[in-house]
Design a protein around this ligand. Structure first.
Ligand SMILES: [Zn+2]
Ligand SMILES: [Zn+2]
Length: 383
């Protein structure tokens, strides 16, 4: 993690805005997406995971690494960033065919711990997020040669289905399926020169809290990074805002959006359940401060009363990246952040315990629609 840069409440790896995330969040989100969309979770949601893989390998290529070395470096980072120890088994960029093997694959690990019978519940299960991620990586490594070459992955082994590791073979798709459909490579390449500094309202510098968090991480040589019992991943968080929120909802609307909200509310509830003995304020404080120190922006409580709770986010990773994309593409300006739903889940866990009506969250201000910071208002529903 030595090549990470911290600027205010933002974390960068090279030119990419990044963040740390507990494995549980993508775990719950991906499970919810598969529950809601079934097999269609792949074309509607998971395929956009080509974006982070593509962005990172493009950065490595832009530094002058030859394609194969860029992929090898990406495999190394896979382990350093807590996603599982990855190795290239084959890398033939002329064919093209790239085979990557991942031990201790994260998120996969969450499914193994939390879903009893994966095959029965999700017959199409194959760790799509890592498969598509590597499709993106290979696409970037192919450079100009990759234009017009639709790539797809085949999952040949999967630890969630009983193998010792997950293995993906990225190859040309002869049926013409192209996960890059509707994904603008030109835009992603342009992003490399873009530094997210659109927020003007600046709270005090966050460097210290972020570095304290990084210093608490326990990293093994097995591609596993942890704090206590929770696995932590380092992700291209800015790119996730495009891959997981903006593009799927832009293209497929409410179908994806509803599942997305539910997954975040459920995550908030599970945090509240775990921390019930600390009370609602204790859990909220834990969530706001840990999200801040993990690079998602500075989350700050403004008003904590009944029936209204207000909090703000400065330098939101979602809003700054998605906002940039929205402006470039001339899309409708709208709020894009996810933090409010998690807080809604926390408040409503306690509301239920107390037998009171639930809160509903609205993101009233968002950097993505031109505001100085993001502001979430949670109001208790009247009986
Ligand atoms: Zn797998
Ligand atoms: Zn926002």
């Amino acid at each position: 993690m030595r090549d990470i840069r911290v600027d205010g409440w933002r974390i960068y790896w090279r030119g990419l805005r990044c963040a740390f995330i507990a494995e549980t969040i993508p775990g719950m989100l991906y499970k919810e997406m598969m529950n809601a969309l079934g097999f269609l979770a792949k074309p509607y949601f998971f395929r956009f995971q080509v974006i982070p893989g593509f962005s990172t390998v493009s950065e490595l290529m832009a530094e002058g690494l030859p394609p194969k070395e860029a992929l090898e470096e990406y495999a190394r980072l896979h382990g350093v960033w807590g996603r599982g120890k990855a190795e290239l088994v084959e890398a033939d960029l002329d064919k093209p065919k790239v085979v990557v093997r991942i031990h201790n694959s994260s998120i996969t690990h969450w499914f193994m711990e939390n879903v009893k019978n994966i095959k029965a519940e999700f017959p199409f299960y194959d760790c799509s997020w890592w498969g598509y991620n590597w499709v993106g990586a290979v696409k970037a490594a192919l450079g100009e040669k990759g234009n017009g070459v639709p790539l797809i992955y085949y999952s040949t082994h999967c630890s969630a289905l009983g193998d010792d590791y997950c293995e993906f073979s990225v190859e040309r798709s002869y049926r013409g399926e192209d996960p890059f459909q509707n994904v603008e490579k030109e835009y992603l390449q342009l992003l490399h020169n873009y530094k997210s500094t659109t927020a003007t309202a600046q709270p005090p510098s966050g460097n210290e809290e972020i570095w304290e968090f990084i210093n608490r991480l326990e990293a093994g040589s097995d591609g596993v990074v942890k704090i206590g019992r929770e696995r932590i991943l380092f992700v291209e968080g800015g790119m996730y805002s495009l891959a997981q929120t903006l593009l799927p909802t832009e293209l497929f609307g409410g179908v994806v959006y509803g599942a997305y909200i539910k997954a975040h509310v459920d995550y908030g509830r599970s945090l509240a359940k775990q921390g019930e003995k600390y009370g609602v304020e204790g859990v909220l404080d834990f969530f706001l401060s840990s999200a801040s120190s993990m690079g998602w922006g500075k989350l700050e409580m403004v008003k904590f009363e009944d029936p209204e709770v207000v909090f703000r986010t400065y330098q939101s990773i979602y809003a700054e990246t998605a906002g940039h994309y929205i402006r470039k593409k001339g899309l409708t300006r709208r709020p894009v952040c996810t933090y409010g739903w998690i807080v809604e889940g926390i408040l409503n866990y306690f509301a239920k315990v107390e037998g009171k009506p639930p809160f509903i969250c609205r993101e009233k201000k968002c950097i993505a629609k031109g505001d100085e910071h993001c502001e979430f208002v949670l109001s208790r529903q009247s009986r």
